[in-house]
Design a binder for this molecule. Structure first.
Ligand code: IVH
Length: 511
């Protein structure tokens, strides 16, 4: 027998609430309380009751994030107020001058500034009406953007319905109609994993950086594809109708309190403090989970912001200090081929060592052979290299051609084991077909032991490479029959280190 309809409604409400809470814990706060399996079970339970009681259907149900069978059309949306951009500078003197100018214009009143990271993502406007996500649009030309609602609905950190966090979920208590602007982005680690799986599938060319990955993922035709991309959202500015907050800081807090993650900002009142904070952020740049290309300084008070106003394109109350670009020029000595764990062969440029953003690099990836052709690179060319955070350095473009350069064709034989190399239909990737290729085995084992997989501490590339070379391990199972006497034959291994590694192998069995 069907449960009474009112009890079903209650159950639906409480499941939705619980799932939303777990979404927030997982996608926003990164501190999940339940396992993926328990989470999936909650969703399945909700789906089944919703199916039985369609009268309680709601577009903001967590089961309705991904529109099925519909392709995103990207119509045009006119922004209620133009989406402005920011004045940019690379000079700290210009930031100091800007602060002085703002202080002069404001006069005697107390002035407070906020400083926050400039996230390198895709600008997006979210419109909530009566507490429900109505529309999402890209910035476009500032006046008119693209309608990306169906795809943005799949981003788990974007609430479909606003909730008061911690207290009540009574919609009457919320700022119900509000436009929030922010950045859609991809974390660096998620970007690296996505690229790895895209190139393993060999169907898509990997993305050049997290921003391109975010932009490409947001513009997918099918929301079900976007749903599988690890996109996130952080609010950073108030849109039309959201200017009722007394300050920027209060806006960010209010937004976070209804479940929309917002950027972390710090308040300062002097030029010296602001510049110190910016310099520290630049030093810490690689420690941010996402790419930042600078810091934004904003005047905090909304009244003061209004008094300063905007030019046609930029507000006078904010400025972006951009970090030094992590790009340099070098010469390609040689192009080599690297075999990945799934056999995909990646061309790599060995370059004359050059410092890029404080790190000396001597190799940069060329991604795949389509990319080699697109860039038109060859040995001896002078190229621009870019390093983005902890992402592998890459070649951006050819600055000047080596006049006697010869084009680099994809290899016909695996550079490591000599087996045949094939390119599957509709794939970008070329692969070594030999499953026992030692390089593939080494990469696969290294990945298997890495933090992203079995997390066997102490089993890095150097150890795996020796284990494979000495034929002590040739597949995953082999890891579990390594003996102490094997390990003692490896470089720098003594009893203690061997014992630790064996313990780590043992421990990984429970993962
Ligand atoms: S404020 C009216 N704050 O950078 C000012 N923008 O050219 C609106 N961005 O398209 C922008 N992080 O999408 C602001 N913390 C931040 C930001 C930020 C990234 C983007 C924004 C805009 C571009 C500025």
């Amino acid at each position: 027998m069907k449960p009474a309809s009112s009890s079903a409604e209650k159950k639906i409400r409480s499941l939705r609430k619980e799932i939303r809470r777990h979404d927030r814990l997982y996608y926003v706060e990164s501190r999940p309380e339940i396992s993926d399996e328990e989470y999936d079970n909650l969703v399945k339970k909700l789906e089944s009751i919703e199916k039985e009681f369609p009268e309680f259907d709601s577009p903001t149900s967590p089961t309705r994030r991904v529109a099925r069978g519909i392709s995103a059309g990207f119509g045009k949306i006119r922004h209620a107020a133009p989406m402005l951009s920011l004045e940019n500078t690379y000079s700290s003197d210009e930031v100091k001058e800007w602060i002085k100018r703002v202080e002069r214009l404001i006069g005697d009143e107390k002035k407070e500034f906020v400083v926050e990271p400039k996230i390198d993502g895709v600008s997006c406007s979210l419109v909530y009406e009566n507490g429900t996500l109505l529309r999402a649009a890209t910035r476009g030309d500032g006046e008119t953007g693209e309608d990306v609602t169906l795809n943005v609905r799949t981003i788990r950190s974007v609430p479909l319905a606003l909730v008061k966090i911690g207290e009540t979920d009574n919609p009457a208590a919320l700022p119900t109609t509000i436009e929030v602007r922010g950045e859609i982005y991809m974390e660096k680690s998620d970007f690296a994993r996505l690229n790895e799986s895209l190139s393993a599938e060999g169907k898509d060319a990997p993305f050049a950086n997290p921003r391109n990955a975010a932009s490409g993922s947001l513009r997918q035709k099918y929301p079900s594809v976007t749903a599988r991309r690890p996109l996130k959202f952080l609010a950073h500015s108030a849109g039309a109708g959201a200017r009722t907050f007394p300050s920027h800081m209060e806006f960010l807090k209010a937004v976070a309190s209804v479940g929309i993650p917002s950027v972390k900002a710090s308040g300062f009142s002097s030029s010296v403090e602001i510049m110190r904070h910016i310099r520290r952020a630049e030093e810490q740049r690689d420690n941010y989970p996402f790419e930042i290309d600078g810091m934004v300084v904003k005047l905090n008070s909304s009244l003061q912001q209004e008094r300063l106003g905007s030019t046609a394109r930029q507000p006078r109350w904010a400025i972006a200090y951009k970090f030094a670009p992590r790009r340099a020029t070098s010469k390609i000595k040689k192009i080599t081929f690297q075999v990945g764990r799934t056999g995909v062969i990646t061309p790599v440029a060995e370059i004359e060592p050059v410092a890029v953003g404080g790190v000396v690099i001597s190799r940069a990836t060329l991604h795949n052979f389509d990319e080699v052709a697109r860039l038109g690179v060859a040995e001896g060319d002078t190229v621009a290299v870019e390093r983005a955070g902890d992402v592998i350095p890459k070649i951006i473009k050819v600055e000047s051609k080596n006049p006697s350069a010869v084009p680099i064709p994809p290899p016909k034989k695996c550079p490591v084991c000599g087996s045949t190399v094939v390119r599957e239909e509709r794939e970008v990737a070329y692969r070594c077909v030999n499953p026992s290729c030692p390089e593939q085995i080494e990469r696969a084992l290294t990945h298997f032991a890495s933090r992203d997989a079995m997390n066997i501490e102490g089993m890095g590339e150097a150890v795996v490479s020796q284990l494979v070379a000495k034929k002590m391990v040739s597949d995953f199972a082999g890891i579990y029959s390594i003996k102490e006497s094997d390990l003692l034959e490896l470089e720098l291994f003594k009893a203690k280190k061997a014992g630790n590694l064996l313990a780590a192998v043992e421990e990984s069995k429970s993962r």
